[in-house]
Structure formats: C-alpha cells, structure tokens
Design a protein. Structure first.
Length: 394
C-alpha cells in the first residue's frame, strides 16, 4: 500500500440496506446541542475541475450534510451513515469555485467549512495512476492510487475495451467496485479528467497488474473488539475485493466489500453477544474467532502542538462512528465523528485557538463515554511548550 492509502482511511463499501435508510445521530444528553456553534464545520477535501463528487469529513455520523458553491448554491445533500463520505454533486465543478459544507443535527446547522475548498485546474499531464496489488480472482474491488482528485476512474481487464468498474476519484486513493475478477488475467486503471469537455479532456493509464488466484483456503478476518451499542465494526486481515459478512447471535448483521486489509462495516447497534465475520472470494473462509463486545471506550488523544491562531485539532484513538466532543476552556466547542486513523476537526462558530486555550476531547457512543483526554494548550512558542500537557481526571 502506498503512502496515500496509509494516510486516507479505507472504507468498507457496505452492501447492507442500513446505509440506504434515513438516519439520525444517537445523541447523549450530557453533551447538548443548543445551537449550530457547537457543531464542527465539515471539511471538504480538494478536487480538480469537472469533479462530480467530493469527499467530506469532520462531522457527526448520520448528520445531514449540504455542499455549497460560493456559499449559497446548494449542489449536494446527503445523510451519510459514517463520519466521512463521498457526496455526488448536482453538477460538475469549475476551476476557481469556492466549495464549503455544513452539517445539520436535530435542526441545528453548523457554520460552513472554515477553509473553503478552491477547485483547482489539472496539470498539463495527469499523474500515472497505480493499480494496487494484490487483487484476487472472484474479488470485486480494484484500488487505485496516485490519482488526481476530481477525475473519473475506470478499471479494465487487459485486452477488453469495456470498463469492468467506474468511480469518482474524490481522493488520491480510491477503490473501484468491479464485476468479479477473472483468474489468469491482468487489470489496469485509467483516470480521465473532464471527460467530454472539448479542449480539457485528458487521461492517464496505470501499469497492468495480475489477478492473483483466490487462495485455496481463504483466511478468516479478525474482528476488532466491538462496543456495545456501536453501529460500526472494524475488521482486519482482509483480502482486497472479498465479500465480508459480520454476524452476531448466528445471523448476518452487516455485509460489504473489502477495499483493503482493514475496513469497517455498518451494523445495527451491537448487543452483548459475540461477533464473528467471514470473507469470501471464490470460496468462503471459516468464521473468525468470536469476540465479546466491550462496554468501555478508550480515551482519545489530541496530537500536539496546537498553535494559537489556528482552528483545527487532530484526534487519535477513537472508535469508528463515535461522537467526538471538543472542549475549549471547559465549554463544548465542536462535535464531529470518528473514522479509522486520525480525525481532523474544527471548533464551531468560526472560533480560532487563543494563546493558552485549554483543549481536550471526549468520545461517546450512546450512553457509553470515554474518559476526558489529556489537556493540551494552544501554544506554538518553542520556549513555552514544556509542561503544557496535563491529564484531566474525572
């Protein structure tokens, strides 16, 4: 996996109907939302001209997300299950446009994205994409990397002119869902910028990679300790493109396609019963070792330094789809949701960090709360950094 795929969280492309149903966040009354100023403004990742979708992060899972051009033109709306998502737009974007997003929770609307995403022009020559190996016979995903975000990408079986899968590249790394891959063939990916736009269309192809045989014995995935009441489960030990089923009490509760070796999947709220999973290529694995859910959330961490005059923090160690509550000097300053890996989030209402602000975070899933994180203080003066990290006990 390349550096971009390590940095950008890898999502399980869930096939479950859960993600198609309207959702409301499960809130905890100890962390009220009196107005939109306590909601973090979502973050729009950069894309180039002619993009038909954008990737949004930094909001509460199940919030209503709206995407705007120039602050007033509504060009996309979604009610995403997870705390990051691709949103398909009502029109393609033009170079130089200013794109922002808001989140709405229980009728309260956040301020727009702190830093508008300015749509860029593409370089004269697009990046040469990378089709990421290994991919497997009977698998249904080809991940691509080194992309120019905003292009349209397609996967091809070498020797055939018809694409076997298509996607919008909202990030430098993007999975392409395909028809079942055929053994003893090669596949490659193509990215196309501004398809059909005279004078702007350009494309670049990856090198071809072989489709590996499906293992004779497909290994079972590993279920990471689930949380009672959570609506997401994380797995690792996955084979790219495999179909995944997560089960509890003997019944399948979530399904999807593995886009990498570690993914998360939408499930109904976890009970106290053990959770297992299988993965399938041309044959199916045996069930994984059952894992009993926990009722304890780990304590998240804010990465340092946090500089005065800025308006973001990075949070590490949170459970996928938990709600992160950001505090500034003891008062709720922002709320967003957790994804795999580090989470970047901003305080709401246009707040910037002042010198010496005490900043900490807590995560919750329904009634289950973590401990409050160690406090950090907004201060990037080198001579003042020592001693500015404390543990707040509750």
């Amino acid at each position: 996996m390349t550096s971009a795929a390590r940095i950008l969280p890898i999502l399980l492309l869930s096939a479950t109907s859960l993600r198609a149903q309207p959702q409301q966040p499960t809130l905890n009354g100890e962390f009220p939302i009196p107005n939109g100023r306590v909601l973090s403004p979502p973050i729009v990742l950069p894309v180039g001209e002619c993009a038909k979708a954008v990737h949004i992060t930094g909001y509460i899972p199940h919030a209503i997300i709206r995407v705007f051009a120039h602050g007033t033109e509504l060009i996309g709306t979604a009610n995403p299950y997870f705390a990051e998502t691709d949103i398909t737009l009502t029109r393609q974007l033009n170079a130089g446009e200013s794109i922002t997003a808001t989140q709405e929770v229980i009728g309260k609307v956040s301020s727009p994205s702190v830093d508008p995403m300015i749509v860029s022009s593409y370089p004269v020559t697009l990046n040469k994409p990378i089709a990421l190996a290994p991919v497997y016979a009977c698998g249904r995903v080809v991940p691509a990397d080194h992309l120019n975000a905003g292009t349209q990408i397609s996967a091809f079986q070498q020797g055939n002119s018809a694409a076997i899968g298509n996607a919008n590249a909202t990030q430098p790394w993007q999975p392409i869902v395909t028809s079942a891959l055929v053994p003893n063939t090669n596949v490659f990916v193509r990215q196309t910028a501004c398809r059909g736009v005279a004078g702007h269309e350009k494309h670049a192809d990856s090198a071809a990679i072989p489709v590996s045989p499906s293992p004779t014995t497909v290994p079972p995935p590993v279920v990471e300790k689930p949380l009672v009441g959570a609506d997401a489960v994380t797995l690792h030990g996955l084979l790219t493109g495999s179909g995944v089923d997560v089960s509890e009490s003997g019944g399948v509760i979530g399904s999807g396609l593995a886009t990498g070796d570690r993914n998360y999947v939408a499930v109904p709220k976890i009970t106290s019963a053990p959770v297992t999973a299988i993965q399938k290529l041309c044959t199916s694995s045996s069930p994984s070792t059952p894992v009993t859910p926990t009722t304890t959330l780990s304590t998240p961490k804010i990465l340092t330094p946090v500089c005065e005059g800025t308006h973001y923090v990075t949070v590490r160690g949170a459970y996928v789809n938990s709600i992160l509550v950001l505090f500034r000097n003891g008062i709720i300053a922002g709320m967003a949701g957790a994804t795999l890996g580090d989470v970047k989030m901003a305080p709401g209402g246009g707040v910037v960090w002042n010198l010496g602000d005490e900043i900490y975070v807590r995560q919750y899933v329904g009634p289950i709360q973590s401990q409050i994180s160690a406090s950090v203080y907004a201060n990037c003066s080198g001579q003042n950094r020592r001693g500015l990290l404390f543990i707040r006990h509750v």
